[in-house]
Design a protein around this ligand. Structure first.
Ligand SMILES: Cc1ncc(COP(=O)(O)O)c(C=O)c1O
Length: 392
């Protein structure tokens, strides 16, 4: 006999989260979630989105998505292997493969699906997965689902990876899994060195380019491309849901890899195919992403202004202001909100304990004034609450 009702148990667990400053609540956005939008009845500058190039609100992308819906309908109506594969999906897969310089590509309903589908398709109980300590939850979940042994190496530390791989005994495949641009820190993985360690130790390399696609590398082809390691990465994963402004995930690699995914990735096989509107929008966004370098130039110039203004060293649109303490991160985020800036406080378990931060996500649709508005609020907050000790 269980003493409490489910609601009593959950209510009490929620109040524990509240006391620990860990309770999460979505904040409703009431108009298009572009750089300037409305939320909870007020005009705000939105630094919470991953719409790095501003393509989510581009009228040409919206029109392409609408046209795809008119032609193909709202839903794909089935999983990819059960009638849901539209010629439009295959067109996007060809475009992504060409964009990333890979022989082949496979589109998933989301980036999360791509990781929790592909990792267990590749690694099994006899194998070992080596994860960067800060790897995204979808990579961790993929590794857990695979039933492989999981080892963690220090963040962006090829020497430590080498050490951990060197201590491994026994058979099975070794998979090294990392993000190329880290979602909560914005820093980049030393892919050349990681690839060299993998080659030395006979490990395979799986790289998540969710935050690199569209932002880094020539034409936004990603950090793998920028680092010149396309041929040394076994699996390149990405998402359509950030710089490309749409929805969906993808994996690029050899033709055999993609055929294996089609046959073994459960999140691909057992989920309805991506909706035609998302595919049509992504196809258009991909073309603009490649050809409109001015968006990236603007994005990097605005991000530089923020990094410098905050007195931090770093590059790129993900700018974390690390406060450490959950309460202080919440307080700064609330002050920003009062000043008309939406920038969420990110806390454990999204980031490690005592590494709470306010994460700013700059987009090409922001203005220098928007950046200066952040700086004004942060400086006021520091005067009242004391210096921010940590940066990255
Ligand atoms: C590093 C990383 N990988 C994967 C994902 C999942 O992508 P999606 O939002 O398309 O499911 C995200 C997004 O949250 C991410 O930050």
């Amino acid at each position: 006999m269980i003493a409490d009702t489910l609601d009593q148990r959950l209510t009490s667990a929620l109040s524990v989260l509240e006391t620990e400053n860990r309770r999460r609540r979505p904040r409703t956005v009431e108009s298009m979630p572009s750089a300037h939008t409305r939320s909870v009845g007020r005009d705000i500058v939105n630094f919470a989105s991953n719409n790095y190039l501003g393509l989510a609100e581009d009228p040409r992308v919206i029109e392409a998505a609408a046209q795809a819906q008119r032609r193909w309908g709202i839903g794909a109506t089935g999983s990819r292997l059960m009638g849901g594969t539209l010629a439009l999906h295959e067109e996007l897969e060809r475009a992504l493969a060409r964009f990333k310089g890979s022989p082949s590509a496979l589109v998933f309903p989301s980036g999360y699906h791509a990781n929790v589908g592909m990792i267990p398709a590749l690694a099994g109980a006899d194998d070992t997965v080596f994860l960067d300590r800060l790897a995204h939850a979808s990579l961790v979940d993929g590794a857990r689902l695979s039933k492989a042994h999981v080892r963690v190496f220090r963040h962006n530390d090829p020497d430590h990876l080498d050490h951990v791989l060197g201590r491994m005994r026994g058979g099975g495949e070794r998979w090294v899994i990392t993000e190329s641009v880290f979602s909560m820190d914005g820093d980049r993985a030393p892919l050349k060195d990681l690839a060299a360690v993998c080659a030395k130790r006979g490990a395979r390399l799986y790289v998540d380019e969710a935050h690199a696609t569209g932002v880094w590398g020539p034409g936004g082809r990603g950090w793998i491309n920028e680092q010149g390691v396309v041929d040394r990465v076994d699996v390149c994963m990405g998402t359509l849901s950030k710089a490309l402004g749409s929805q969906g995930g993808f994996v690029c690699g050899s033709t055999a890899l993609i055929q294996w995914g089609i046959n073994r990735a459960r999140a691909f096989i057992y989920s309805t195919a991506l909706s035609p509107g998302a595919v049509g929008g992504a196809l258009a966004a991909l073309a603009f992403c490649e050809n409109e370098e001015n968006r990236r130039i603007r994005l990097f110039s605005l991000s530089d202004r923020l990094w410098t203004g905050l007195g931090l060293k770093g590059k790129g649109p993900i700018v974390p202001l690390i406060l450490g303490d959950d309460g202080r991160a919440l307080s700064l985020s609330a002050a920003l909100w009062e000043g008309g800036v939406f920038a969420p406080a990110v806390r454990f378990p999204t980031v490690p304990k005592r590494a709470a931060r306010v994460r700013f996500s700059v987009t090409a649709s922001h203005t220098p004034d928007d950046i200066d508005r952040i700086l004004a609020v942060v400086n006021r907050w520091i005067k009242m609450n004391g210096q921010i000790e940590r940066g990255i």
